[in-house]
Design a protein around this ligand. Structure first.
Ligand SMILES: [Cu+2]
Length: 371
């Protein structure tokens, strides 16, 4: 089954005419990649974001009429946040013939090596790291997509990448789709990064304006902090290795391979994948159609073995640093050379004051000498 909708999530299950769960349905693949074993959907439903696919094995042993339905209640919003949902019947299933006792097989075909388990790699087995930041209104990495000659990161083919998917928004989720290679969900991490407003101003979690702002942000605009901006913090606690309650249905289970994942507000999700075989540009975008069309898209480039990964690429987004608020924040690609070992922002402020003092005393000395 494919969710070919432009913006709505589906939460799929099979019911009889009394709306009770019916038949036996097991997930066997997500986004075209087999799971380890056939798995009953958590909380009795398969959560499918736009562009995502789910493969089921389903047995209806008793003849009868059944319905494929989607039901996405509001109490799940702590994990799904704001995103359109579809509630209703999608398909009628008519099972005929004698009653059977068919069961679902317990084993699935083995996955190929490029989608093997990457969860227990050592840090030096990871070849490249990259941050994808959704937010800033509806941008990826604080900028709108411009054209096909626009890529923000180079990676080498046949290597393992570790990426961090974040969302600085305070309200809305984005189903982020990465083309070419399926990625494995590794972990949901505590979110320590900035949050934004729709007017694209960024603050840290102490409600102080960030040093790194959206490229097009107008400093003189009087932008207010959004209401209750940190209410979605804590996905890592709710996620609890995938065993949280039904309200956590929007969070993916660790270890699963996918190519589109819901990135809720104030989340930080680690994924890993192998850049298997294919070289060329990789398109990354939000799969809410209107967001994508507005420019919520970026590209990275997969290069042949031995290429210079630093050539012809701007990993910065204008003057912004994805996932980052201040110079010493711990994400890759920020300007850490300016940070002292302790990583304290107060050192930077002190440094700047020293420069101001030195400049003033130079002027003062000149004034004395001239008079
Ligand atoms: Cu979006």
């Amino acid at each position: 089954m494919v969710n070919a909708g432009a913006r709505q999530v589906l939460e799929l299950f099979v019911a009889d005419e009394h709306n009770n769960s019916a038949c036996d349905f097991y997930e066997i693949a997500v986004d075209g990649v087999y799971l380890d074993n056939p798995t009953r959907p958590r909380f009795g439903k398969s959560f499918v974001v736009p562009a995502s696919r789910i493969d089921w094995l389903i047995v209806c042993n008793k003849p009868g009429t059944y319905y494929l339905k989607s039901y996405a209640p509001d109490f799940e919003m702590i994990s799904t946040a704001k995103i359109s949902r579809y509630n209703g019947t999608l398909l009628t299933i008519v099972a005929t013939g004698p009653e059977t006792k068919t069961t679902i097989p317990s084993e699935l075909p083995k996955r190929p090596e490029y989608v093997s388990d990457f969860r227990n790699l050592t840090q030096d087995q990871v070849h490249g790291r990259f941050v994808l930041e959704a937010g800033g209104g509806i941008t990826l990495n604080r900028e709108y997509f411009k054209n096909e000659e626009f890529w923000r990161y180079n990676v080498e083919v046949d290597t393992v990448q570790e990426w961090y998917l974040t969302n600085t928004g305070t309200v809305e989720s984005h189903p982020i789709h990465i083309h070419v290679n399926s990625f494995q969900v590794i972990s949901y991490n505590a979110y320590t990064g900035p949050f934004d407003s729709n007017s694209m101003k960024y603050w840290n979690q102490k409600m102080e304006p960030c040093f790194y702002q959206f490229g097009g942000y107008n400093e003189s605009a009087d932008v207010q902090i959004p209401k209750d901006p940190l209410r979605y913090l804590g996905h890592e606690k709710r996620w609890k290795d995938g065993n949280g309650g039904p309200e956590t249905i929007g969070l993916s289970q660790p270890g699963v391979f996918r190519d589109v994942i819901l990135v809720p507000p104030l989340s930080n999700i680690t994924i890993r994948f192998m850049t298997n075989k294919f070289i060329g540009d990789v398109v990354i975008h939000c799969h809410i159609l209107i967001h994508e069309d507005f420019g919520m898209m970026t590209t990275v480039r997969i290069l042949p073995k031995g290429s210079d990964l630093n050539a012809n690429v701007s990993v910065r987004s204008g003057d912004a640093y994805p996932g980052t608020c201040d110079e010493c924040d711990p994400f890759p690609f920020n300007n850490r050379s300016q940070c002292v070992q302790s990583g304290s922002a107060s050192h930077l402020i002190l440094d700047r004051w020293l420069i101001v003092l030195l400049t003033l005393s130079t002027y003062w000395l000149q004034w004395i000498l001239n008079n």
